[in-house]
Design a binder for this molecule. Structure first.
Ligand SMILES: [Cu+2]
Length: 123
């Protein structure tokens, strides 16, 4: 009886830990340039996503797509900034007018990956 009671207590402790850790452990997008849902007159030469904590560069990047063209991928080279909190992307060619979607993946120091999307328009 004593052992069973102890087992249950340990189990509920583990559940509480699982429920509370993601709030502080994971990278969240703080801002972007272009901003979410912005319409910019000039094609951005660099796209920047800024996060609330340091990222693991090997697992942090984004892709750029054109939703109005069947999700066509637009070639972009991404790097993580030296402070580790931003991902910058340089399109290989000037962006044409149209709607774009940034599809990002960012890993925090504990190795967990987060992801999301940011839409913007050129022209
Ligand atoms: Cu985590």
């Amino acid at each position: 009886m004593r052992n069973r009671y102890f087992g249950l207590a340990a189990l509920s402790g583990a559940t509480a830990l699982l429920a509370t850790s993601p709030a502080w452990a994971h990278a969240q997008l703080v801002s972007s340039n272009p901003a979410a849902n912005a319409a910019v007159a000039a094609a951005p030469k660099v796209i920047t996503l800024t996060f609330n904590e340091k990222l693991v560069p090997a697992f942090s990047k984004f892709e750029l797509t054109m939703p109005e063209h069947g999700g066509m991928k637009v070639p972009v080279k991404t790097t993580v900034s030296t402070d580790g909190k931003s991902i910058t992307g340089t399109p290989e060619a000037a962006l044409a007018k149209g709607a774009y979607k940034i599809v990002w993946t960012a890993a925090s120091a504990d190795g967990h990956k987060m992801n999301g999307e940011v839409a913007f328009k050129v022209g």
